[in-house]
Design a binder for this molecule. Sequence first.
Ligand code: 5AD
Length: 361
Amino acid sequence: MARSYDAILEKTALQPTRQGLRDLLENDDPELLQALTRHAYHVKTRELGRNVYFRGIIEFSNICTKDCYYCGIRKSNHLVNRYELSEEEILREARWCYENHYGSLVLQSGERRDPAFVDKIEWLLKEIKSLSHGSLGVTLSVGEQDLKTYERWFQAGAHRYLLRIETSNPRLYSSLHPKSHSWEERRRCLDYLRQSGYQVGTGFLIGVPGQTFDDMAGDILFLKEIDIDMVGMGPFIPHEETPLGSSAPFDPLRQLTLGLKMIALVRMVMKDVNIAATTALQALSPTGRELGLRAGANIIMPNVTDLAYRRGYQLYQNKPGLDENAVEQRINLEQSIEALGEKVCYGEWGDSLHFKKRQKG
Ligand code: 5AD
């Protein structure tokens, strides 16, 4: 039966169109989900092998100057206890990544642009490079900055950057953010990042209120248009202390399915990029990240932040891993990944092949 979708999927992978992608996203036939997953997994193994890379993520501060309507750590949420890890704590977690042979780590926090913040990141980058004798790769995920700042951090040793555009539709973007937040500015930052030499990652909120299938099809084409290197996207999950917390009935299975379909379609269209199986998938199903790998993802970002701080970084409700420490998580993930027939590649950066080919070409 599922065979009947094969021709359409071949065609979509070769020549994706907005209409074609929209039809596939809209169609909720379980056979299609299976066919999509199979097809995308085939593309992943053909392009990248059965390899999974870990990036230990350090959520080093939830202090944020932004006020996104969907996010639990938005500035206006006064119910959150704000925290910032000390330099020593961050370096301890970075050392843990190094000693456990994670090829790279991600430094993520709420967005700040003040000089003290910019300096701190620069200092940390140099220290992390030094403690790991240059071997740990560092990805930054600390929001919109000016070109000079991006350049400074690149010089200091960061070589990848994640900045989700959240949606490719500027009108939808403005309905999800206050007036002071600008889609155009965010879009410009993606150009600055490319210009500064980073491997650039972006992504979206999937199934956010007000979003249409046409918007999601546009999101996939946006990645192609800007020739992205890495993708991190996840289903929207409401957080009750935010304006979008109770705006629409929440259907976890629908969100999970949409998240998996987006991964599969992005893998089919973008082929050799890095795609993360994000924590939001795991919030919707205990095996969400493994399903993400089956649907074409090849990156997992295990949380290595000290347990004492996890509660403070609730971007959405029921964010998992509140009490699973870094060691337990590594062991559990490794087991479930091996059970899928995939290999965790320790001690390697696992750079985006897409990026490497662009450099050569
Ligand atoms: N549901 C899912 N993802 C969210 N993020 C923020 N709030 C939510 C939510 N309620 C995501 C955003 C942001 C990333 C750090 O977390 O896409 O870019």
